[in-house]
Design a protein around this ligand. Structure first.
Ligand SMILES: NC(=O)c1ccc[n+]([C@@H]2O[C@H](COP(=O)([O-])OP(=O)(O)OC[C@H]3O[C@@H](n4cnc5c(N)ncnc54)[C@H](O)[C@@H]3O)[C@@H](O)[C@H]2O)c1
Length: 370
């Protein structure tokens, strides 16, 4: 970590997740918070004051922040439907961006973000902190070794038995999606990053909301109009099948385990069977001379512990990994730890799931040229 120069960071949107970004920024010696903005009047000022930063300026829009403050990088912590406009404005102004997940709520928004990044030469990284989890890194390393042979099938697992949130997460105008934008995009990233994100070709999907709309299960049922469950069959380039499922609420403990099936072996991330259903261990399966071999990958550190193994000499939480990864990338002027270009395919799948569900048929995924 360089301590020569402080990098100047701005925060756009000062709600819930911005507090988590700040929790880490304020502990970094090489970071200076230089400004913040929020469209809710007074919110950015109150936010900065909470961190004892009375001299750091606060604004009511990203445009004012950009106009008045010199920044090297910025966190976009607004709700989903304003990610694209804020990220594009920052990138066009020559500022590196860490944008919260999901990347956007439309494929076009995500395309605009990647185009702005390419044009300005500034990087765009997406806030998928599970990339830094210990178990994810184990899975990625085994797959990277080639031990599974040709991977032909991937399946997401987990899901919540009861876990429909409140606030902007269920407000369609602000979130764009429901469960898909909250936890579904993580599951897509988990499954596809491990196999280097093959291009999605077609999607056949159904998204429903039987629980969120039922007052028996959800207090805000009268206004609920986003998805709380979805399932999809996605064809990926290279003859890979991806079966996706996610749930904010259901009458079961899990939608199953996460699986990568290959011609020489398989990996299973077992479902944690808890209310929020984080994976609990990595298993590897193969066959030696006709003998079925089932192994647990050690050390077994459940994701619930949020430990990660980023070549730092101590276990740290994955949110720290995300924030430190961003700051280090700003210092080195890239590359992006979780590149927008890669997450474009994640966004294309989310987009395809909504389109297919609405049209009640399989849809093609057509990603505009960048
Ligand atoms: N990585 C994670 O673990 C994680 C956890 C929670 C939320 N998130 C993501 O973070 C984002 C924000 O979620 P939240 O829970 O903090 O929401 P929130 O509603 O608490 O905060 C969002 C803030 O952004 C502000 N805002 C909206 N549009 C703006 C704009 N154009 N310019 C400036 N400010 C604007 C809102 O006024 C609000 O204060 C969402 O995209 C969500 O998916 C990520």
């Amino acid at each position: 970590m360089s301590t020569q120069k402080k990098i100047r960071i701005g925060v756009v949107g000062t709600g819930g997740i911005a507090r988590d970004h700040m929790k880490h920024y304020v502990t970094f010696d090489d970071v200076e918070i230089v400004g913040a903005c929020d469209i809710a009047p007074g919110k950015a000022r109150a936010f900065l004051d909470k961190y004892d930063l009375p001299n750091v300026p606060a604004f009511n829009s990203v445009a004012e922040l950009i106009k008045n403050v010199e920044m090297d990088g910025a966190s976009v912590c607004t709700y989903n439907t304003t990610h694209a406009e804020c990220a594009v404005a920052l990138l066009e102004a020559g500022i590196h961006v860490l944008c919260e997940k999901p990347m956007s709520f439309t494929l076009q928004g995500a395309v605009d973000m990647v185009r702005a990044s390419r044009k300005s030469g500034k990087f765009l990284t997406i806030g998928f902190q599970p990339r830094y989890s210990f178990m994810r890194r184990k899975v990625d390393a085994i797959i990277e070794s080639g031990a599974l042979g040709k991977i032909y099938y991937v399946q997401s697992g987990g899901g919540r038995r009861r876990g429909i949130p409140f606030g902007t997460f269920v407000d369609k105008e602000k979130a764009g999606y429901g469960c898909l934008g909250d936890i579904g995009c993580y599951a897509i990233d988990e499954c596809l990053h491990a196999i280097r994100y093959p291009k999605p070709l077609t999607v056949s999907a159904i998204a429903t909301n039987h629980f969120g709309t039922n007052p028996k299960y959800y207090l805000g049922a009268d206004k609920f109009d986003v998805d709380d469950f979805s399932v999809a069959l996605v064809r990926l380039e290279g003859d890979v099948t991806f079966v996706f499922k996610d749930s904010w609420a259901m009458h079961a403990d899990t939608l199953g385990d996460t699986l990568w099936l290959g011609t020489e072996g398989a990996i299973k991330l077992t479902s944690g069977k808890k209310e929020h259903n984080m994976p609990s261990r990595v298993m590897y399966f193969t066959d030696i001379n006709g003998q079925h071999i089932d192994s647990v990958v050690w050390p077994n550190i459940p994701m619930d512990g949020y430990l990660c193994d980023v070549e730092l000499e101590r276990p740290i939480d994955m949110w720290f990994g995300k924030m430190r990864g961003f700051v280090d990338a700003v210092i080195s002027n890239g590359p992006a730890p979780v590149p927008g270009e890669e997450i474009l395919f994640n966004q294309a799948i989310c987009d395809g799931i909504y389109r297919s569900s609405k049209l009640k048929k399989e849809v093609e995924i057509d990603i505009p040229a960048i």
